[in-house]
Design a protein around this ligand. Structure first.
Ligand SMILES: [Zn+2]
Length: 347
């Protein structure tokens, strides 16, 4: 029989599931705050995978992704152990805010300290109770407020194990990127726990395609790890197009942006991205792509300040593959993927 899984001084028997409420600092009103960790401790041996969402409290697509994973019929036959945390930043989540009440960005405060700031304490609890008990993790994000992201995995592809799993996720695009200092991804890598980040959609919104691509991707990774059984028929999903680097195009002036490209558009160097003018349109500047690539992120608010990041362009040589992905997304392939059970579509 597989040994019990211990977390927060509790023991969870193999073949069972349990919700463990990690105690966080309380509110002013002395209201208790918890971070529920859903532990599914499989009967059979396998890796320990953590899933996290809402580290930025207003990024809620991942919360719905984790709900779907926890309700998969096959999840109770899991090999290994799943630690799923739908809401890491409970404070921000309840206030529809990216940040913590101390105005810090939790994803710049890892690994945190037991006696540090509020953000540092929350980061430390997550590191010691979740990350330290896991072999690897998937952290779910969306774009920041008033921005939108094309579904993408970000990972340090110099880590060969992570590279194989990032490819297994089968997002349309896979971006090689070093983790920012203070991020969960950075701190976990220091502890030899590889983490990939999924980015898709907007803050405070549900986006069904983003949710489905992530749900399918997590299932794919768990199959690759042997945690779930692989289907007899191979997936029809195309391999991810690899983006070796990316850069932001910034506003050349303050004003009103009339954007002319959408997420997933493929660009050649010099293509027009949008026009920025004063409200009456008396003076106008044209914004062009500094390199060829694909639009993987963009602003959704037309009111811009000089220097503001407006369009995120990923560079790839695999243009044929990118085009196939874009066609597949247009056909709503992600919505009809056989891996996904009968979930009603959120519109
Ligand atoms: Zn985020």
């Amino acid at each position: 029989m597989r040994a019990d899984f211990s977390i927060d001084q509790q023991s969870i028997r193999a073949g069972s599931r349990q919700v463990v409420n990690l105690t966080l600092p309380s509110l002013h009103s002395d209201t208790s705050i918890n971070m529920p960790v859903h532990v599914i401790h499989g009967r059979k041996d396998g890796p320990v995978l953590f899933l996290s969402a809402a580290i930025h409290g207003d990024e809620i697509n991942g919360v719905e992704v984790i709900r779907r994973i926890l309700n998969l019929p096959s999840i109770n036959r899991l090999r290994g152990t799943l630690l799923a945390v739908p809401v890491v930043n409970a404070f921000g989540f309840d206030m529809h805010s990216r940040y913590l009440p101390d105005r810090r960005d939790l994803n710049r405060c890892f690994p945190g300290r037991e006696l540090g700031t509020l953000a540092g304490r929350l980061a430390n609890i997550f590191m010691t109770e979740v990350v330290a008990r896991a072999d690897l993790g998937i952290d779910l994000h969306t774009a920041a407020i008033h921005r939108d992201n094309f579904p993408q995995i970000r990972a340090d592809l110099n880590d060969l194990q992570l590279k194989a799993l990032a490819h297994a996720f089968l997002t349309p695009v896979l971006l090689h990127s070093a983790p920012p200092m203070g991020s969960l991804r950075y701190a976990a890598a220091q502890e030899s726990v590889p983490v990939m980040v999924y980015e898709a959609g907007e803050a405070l919104r549900f986006d069904e395609v983003s949710i489905r691509v992530a749900t399918r991707g997590i299932i794919n990774v768990m199959r690759e790890l042997g945690m779930l059984t692989k289907p007899k028929r191979a997936s029809k999903t195309k391999p991810s197009a690899l983006l070796r680097s990316s850069s932001w195009v910034r506003a050349s002036r303050s004003g009103i942006l009339r954007a002319q490209v959408k997420l997933g558009d493929m660009l050649n160097k010099g293509d027009i991205l949008g026009l920025i003018s004063d409200p009456a349109g008396q003076t106008e500047e044209v914004l062009t792509a500094g390199s060829s690539g694909i639009v993987i992120g963009r602003t959704q608010i037309p009111l811009v300040y000089e220097g503001e990041a407006l369009f995120h362009i990923g560079r790839s040589r695999q243009t044929g593959l990118l085009e196939q992905h874009l066609d597949a997304m247009q056909d709503d392939e992600a919505l009809t993927s056989p891996e996904l059970v009968e979930e009603p579509v959120i519109v």
